[in-house]
Design a protein around this ligand. Structure first.
Ligand code: ZN
Length: 388
């Protein structure tokens, strides 16, 4: 048994001072305080001093890191991405595809499904790597007008046939799908995805308010990088952003790097969605954790300079890490650490329907824990009970 102590713990909904966390067989057995329980005899004690314990971060939108793209066939790609994620406190992630020829997407989905199935192996053998829990399909069912850097000639009109092909290739591990609800055929595909238990996320969309609201009625529950690749907010036509900010049935994610959104817009979205319905994503590409230069996003060569990823003058993903996003939220929105942890831990777990085992530092959950400084710097990451 492993016993962890520190100055503070955020479950994250609750605060525990001088916490004592007992871990066995990769699971949290008990969360209590040093004042109410002795360290059990024979337990291995890890005392983290003035640190803060948080559930591990969950990134539901990430394309790559450490020089690798998650769609690469190279078998070393995902492990490299996963090691870098772990250094930044991310313990679970949802590798995210970009628009590509259908055959390429299908092949990537098959490989990613294999990686998801392998994540339950012996934790000691896998080592300190974030675990892929499912796949996020971003594109090809997105708007031409709001495609960002997705290839225009490869965008597709949504059909249940293609969706089903993706679902089969991913062997049921497709967990999130970003879709533009205004495309002909979207309503049917949203219904099919909801039936499969996929989280339908509105994004890369030029939808007006009414169309976006109808998609929520059809089962859409989340919004992808709110404000980015969306029809702008208007005072008489609120558009998709108006719907995302005002409908409590929707959770919404943002790229809080200070580049994709002005800090004031980060604050605006966080205030609108609140501590319960905001989610932080990285949208990170292969350049993350690497020096400036040329990097790959899907089939594009992206130029990375001073933290900005550009393809032909357009923003093409980020080099953001989730720990930095948490610290940015503290700065941009004046949220305290406990509040800023919510959109990186419990909220994404709820969006994905895995909050019974991930996203909370509570008894019964898997032992994915980040040890943070009081200012939110990662000091150590614990994955499935393995201390890094
Ligand atoms: Zn993306």
């Amino acid at each position: 048994m492993l016993a962890l102590t520190a100055a503070t713990l955020f479950t994250p909904s609750e605060r525990v001072d001088l916490p004592l966390v007992l871990v066995e067989d990769g699971r949290v057995v008990e969360v209590t305080s040093c004042a109410s329980r002795e360290v059990p005899a024979g337990a291995r004690l890890a005392d983290f001093g003035d640190a803060v314990l948080s559930p591990g971060f969950i990134d539901i939108h990430i394309h790559g890191s450490a020089g690798h793209d998650v769609m690469e066939p190279d078998s070393g790609a995902l492990p490299a991405v996963e090691r870098l994620l772990a250094q930044h406190g991310v313990t679970s992630y949802f590798p995210t595809t970009v628009t590509a020829p259908v055959e390429t997407i299908l092949a990537a989905l098959e490989r990613l499904a294999t990686a998801v199935e392998a994540q339950n192996g012996d934790p000691a053998r896998i080592g300190l790597r974030a675990r892929p829990l499912g796949i996020h399909l971003e594109g090809p069912f997105i708007s031409h007008t709001r495609r960002g850097v997705h290839s225009p000639e490869l965008l597709l009109r949504p059909t249940c046939k293609i969706f089903e092909d993706f679902w089969q290739a991913a062997r049921g591990h497709l967990r999130v799908m970003t879709i533009a609800p205004e495309l002909p055929g979207s309503a049917e595909v949203i219904a099919a995805a909801v039936k499969r238990g996929v989280c339908v996320s509105l994004g890369h969309s030029d939808a007006d308010f009414k169309t976006a609201r109808a998609a929520v009625g059809a089962g859409a529950r989340h919004a992808t990088h709110t404000f980015n690749a969306m029809r702008p907010l208007g005072q008489r036509e609120p558009g998709i952003i108006g719907e995302v900010l005002t409908d409590s049935r929707l959770t919404a994610d943002i790229i809080a790097d200070g580049i994709h959104l002005d800090p004031a817009i980060v604050k605006l979205v966080l205030q609108a969605k609140g501590v319960d319905s905001s989610v932080l994503i990285s949208d990170a590409i292969s350049a993350t954790g690497m020096p400036d230069g040329q990097y790959r996003l899907g089939s594009f060569e992206v130029e990375v300079k001073h933290g900005k990823c550009l393809y032909q003058g357009k923003l093409a993903g980020s080099v953001l890490t989730l720990d930095q996003a948490v610290r940015n939220v503290m700065r941009f929105a004046n949220w305290n650490l406990q509040q800023a942890l919510r959109p990186a831990t419990l909220n994404p777990a709820r969006v994905l329907g895995i909050a019974d085992r991930k996203g909370g530092l509570v008894a019964g959950a898997e032992a994915d824990i980040v040890v943070l400084s009081p200012g939110g710097e990662v000091r150590k990451t614990i994955i499935c009970g393995q201390v890094g």
